[in-house]
Design a protein around this ligand. Sequence first.
Ligand SMILES: C[S@@+](CC[C@H](N)C(=O)[O-])C[C@H]1O[C@@H](n2cnc3c(N)ncnc32)[C@H](O)[C@@H]1O
Length: 202
Amino acid sequence: MPEHTKVMGKEWADARRAANVARLGETLAAALAGRTDITFELGCGHGHWLAAYAAAHPDEFCVGIDLITHRVERSVRKQTLGKLNNVIFLKAEATEFLEALPTDVVLRKIFILYPDPWPKKKHHKNRFIQPASLDLLARRAAAGARLHFRTDDADYFEWTRAHLAEHAAWNLRADTTWPFEQTTFFEERMKDKRDLEAERVP
Ligand SMILES: C[S@@+](CC[C@H](N)C(=O)[O-])C[C@H]1O[C@@H](n2cnc3c(N)ncnc32)[C@H](O)[C@@H]1O
């Protein structure tokens, strides 16, 4: 690809990202006005888990995001049908969401269920769990916030365990308690579960 095409491609991608962050920032400022913390699900898929969690935890305000429009639409339908006023679902990319989150709102609980495992070694760079994304989550998390991670994939489990164990801002807990059971769309198909829990170092 010619160099000037690459430069234009990067400029376009940067501009699109900045526009997404600005738009999300406006949405979040309105939706989270007066709130100081949230329960966050990254990659909420069809919203089964977070809609049920929100119904069972009326004192928490929950935000679920996903990249895929029709999954977010299904999630919103669950929120509407359940008349849930303590959860919102947004179409958003995780790093853009974390950048757009108002600075006076912190993540109190973070859930990542059945993230894409990207099993081939050459694709591991696409896994969400990386030192940079753990940095970003840590910057927006409250002291003592919990990160709960669940996967069926043995390799991604080990990858995440190692990345959390090495990261200075996260304290990997030996005792893992999954706080709320509700079968997700992908869990239904995978059947297996491996859980990790980490605490944001105060
Ligand atoms: C394998 S699905 C699991 C969905 C759901 N948690 C479940 O268990 O049914 C992973 C989801 O994460 C979403 N996702 C992947 N990377 C993401 C990112 N960077 N930001 C937001 N969502 C993301 C995908 O669109 C997909 O819906």
